[in-house]
Design a protein around this ligand. Structure first.
Ligand code: NAP
Length: 255
């Protein structure tokens, strides 16, 4: 049968995945792609209600999914998700740290709260979930960690000093995790999306959108599925010799 949510076909049967920010946009596309290829998926967002759509779509595929309300920046909530997943499914094979927010403004007007909120979700959230999953992964001598960064973390973007710092931080963090746990057969990689059509970019005005499109050599805005396919590849057996890498999926923006 042809896949509906992914252009790759990989075998993730028996695998257990956690995807943060799975209620919408890129995270939802990733959760569906992993489930369609056989994984059981723990879907994380700020409330269970917001995850109903994702979980129902996954179950309609005949795959298993559970919704988890969790603020990725809060240690106890993260720990509780990972413990519950292990109680239910016995392990965590794949962790996709995708939850993210923006609080865009130029540096001169950036408030402390704008900085702290973005770092808390985008960087601390990645740290907390990865730390909570690393011992269970070490015990199984298997792990695929895929962190969602951004081209802003690679080349910066006016109005996003907080966001760029968080996303560059995710890259440094991932490289260290890759080096620390390679011996345990745990890989850690980054996907760096360019301009993707989701709620996050829907709030931008027409002028910013037009300017952004001019910077995309492939001449189109990306879709969540473009990112999901890259994540799926990195989560699969086919990527077992890839670790500590950043794959920009950006239509050539950083070429
Ligand atoms: P989105 O549509 O705004 O969705 C964000 C997701 O993150 C939602 O599921 C949201 O859950 C979740 N989330 C936010 N804060 C959270 C928190 N504290 N705890 C738990 N979940 C939280 O964003 P998107 O465009 O799909 O972006 C996904 C990732 O890709 C982000 O890391 C973003 O920075 C990155 N990215 C996006 C683009 C782009 O152009 N769209 C480009 C580069 C990188 P709720 O529904 O509960 O709020």
């Amino acid at each position: 049968m042809e896949n509906k949510y992914s252009r790759l076909s990989v075998d993730l049967s028996g695998r257990v995945a956690i995807v943060t920010g799975a209620s919408r946009g890129i995270g939802k596309a990733v959760a569906l792609a992993l489930a369609e290829n056989g994984a059981k998926v723990a879907c994380v967002a700020t409330s269970q209600e917001r995850l109903v759509g994702t979980v129902e779509e996954i179950r309609a595929l005949g795959a298993e999914a559970e919704p988890f309300a969790c603020n990725v920046g809060v240690t106890a909530e993260v720990q509780s998700v990972v413990e519950t997943v292990i109680e239910k499914w016995g392990k965590v094979d794949i962790l996709v740290n995708n939850a993210g927010i923006t609080r865009d403004t130029m540096l001169a007007t950036m408030k402390d709260e704008d900085w702290d909120a973005v770092i808390q979700t985008n960087l601390r959230g990645v740290f907390l979930f990865t730390r909570a999953c690393i011992v269970p992964m070490m015990q199984k001598r298997y792990g695929r960690i895929v962190n969602v960064s951004s081209v802003s973390g690679l080349i910066g973007n006016p109005g996003q000093a907080n966001y760029s710092a968080s996303k560059a931080g995710v890259i440094g963090f991932t490289n260290t995790v890759a080096r620390e746990y390679a011996k345990r057969k745990i890989t850690a990689n980054v996907v760096a999306p360019g301009f993707i059509s989701t709620d996050m970019t829907a709030v931008l005005n027409e002028m910013i959108l037009t300017e952004a499109k001019k910077r995309i050599p492939l001449n189109r805005v990306g879709e969540p599925g473009d990112i999901a396919d890259a994540v799926l590849f990195l989560a699969s057996e086919a990527a077992s010799y890839i670790t500590g890498q950043v794959i920009p999926v950006d239509g050539g923006m950083t070429a």
